[in-house]
Design a protein around this ligand. Structure first.
Ligand SMILES: C[S@@+](CC[C@H](N)C(=O)[O-])C[C@H]1O[C@@H](n2cnc3c(N)ncnc32)[C@H](O)[C@@H]1O
Length: 199
């Protein structure tokens, strides 16, 4: 194992890994250039869903997966890459309690804008909150929702404030929450918010 406290995105994936069991469905809510989706595919869940609103991101993710040998998994439906807003995820991913559906054990959000893409197409507080609520409907008991937040730009700051306010009033009888930051980093470093559903 490398030094997991070096980079927030690596830390987020490290935190998610134990939840990605072979029977699990997992969701990448913001697939972007596909790096998180590929890392999740390599954890070998039963089902993987990836969402992004930009065609460019869906194409980049699909191509990255294909280059790494996942063409068959895409063809047979084990991996689904959707050009769809993540607020819609609960319309597309089957609920854990529906017959035969793999339990959703992890949902990963890596917020902000597509690196190298249009900075205007960033995730936004209202739609992110709606998507987190959709993820909360889907997540299985003891599953995790892992959100990497970037407050170094104005919408990211609003998004982080909204998410932390939302998390702070969640029913402690039903949800565990955790908030991780890297306090000695400069310039509003990324931070992680974790939500897990109690049994
Ligand atoms: C920081 S990037 C994700 C990086 C990505 N996980 C990777 O590994 O390359 C954030 C992505 O969120 C996407 N996004 C913005 N609003 C969205 C929405 N409502 N639903 C789904 N994706 C959205 C953007 O298009 C962008 O590609």
């Amino acid at each position: 194992m490398g030094n997991i406290i070096r980079q927030t995105t690596e830390l987020a994936l490290h935190l998610v890994r134990p939840y990605v069991t072979p029977d699990a469905a997992v969701i990448d809510a913001t697939c972007g250039n596909g790096h998180d989706t590929l890392a999740l595919a390599e954890m070998e869940p039963a089902q993987l869903y990836a969402f992004d609103v930009q065609e460019q991101a869906v194409r980049a993710t699909t191509e990255l997966l294909q280059r790494h040998g996942y063409s068959k998994s895409i063809a047979d439906g084990r991996i689904t890459v959707c050009c769809q807003a993540h607020e819609q995820m609960n319309m597309i991913v089957p609920h854990s309690n529906s017959t035969g559906a793999a339990p959703v054990r992890a949902v990963v959000f890596n917020l902000g804008y597509l690196p190298g893409g249009d900075k205007e197409r960033t995730t936004c507080a209202d739609s992110t909150l709606a998507a987190v609520q959709a993820a909360m409907e889907l997540i299985a008991p003891d599953g995790v929702i892992c959100i990497t937040m970037y407050s170094g730009h104005p919408e990211g700051k609003r998004e982080k404030t909204a998410l932390l306010e939302f998390a702070s009033v969640l029913d402690a009888g039903k949800w565990h929450t955790a908030y991780i930051s890297m306090p000695n980093q400069k310039h509003d470093p990324p931070e992680i918010l974790l939500l897990t559903r109690k049994q």
